[in-house]
Design a protein around this ligand. Sequence first.
Ligand code: CU
Length: 159
Amino acid sequence: MNKICFIAIVLSFTLISINSDVFAVEHDSNIIIDGPYVRASIPGTSITSAYMSIENKNDEALILTGVSGLFSDRIEIHQHTMSDGMMKMRQVEQLTIEGNNKVVLQPMGYHLMIFNVKKALLPEEELSLTLHFKQQKDLVVTIPVRSIKQENPAKKQHH
Ligand SMILES: [Cu+2]
């Protein structure tokens, strides 16, 4: 089973709506990061993903150009699309958050794809993630690791 296929299967278990717990909120004067989390890495894999909402309180558009963290040397902005009933994902160079608007990174939508994690990311750990913006200073976000179970507490093994 190749990696992409494996990810697609894992993601299919998380289709159930994400619970609406309030997570740590990071404040910049004009950028609000809400509900950030990284999915715990699955043993034997070195790839995972991260989610959050990014709210832009500026009048001008905010452009996310990249993301970095010490726990990985390759983090990409990805988007999921459905094509012929197949879920695919592709890298996007940057993510624009219009003025006074919000973009939600969530399973099946935009997400941060984290490659080559240097060690297993375990639930309850906290990581530091740096968001890079065009024409705006970097924003460092503290982001917890959550297991898929924590992501979907109501969801058990049954479909
Ligand atoms: Cu992806």
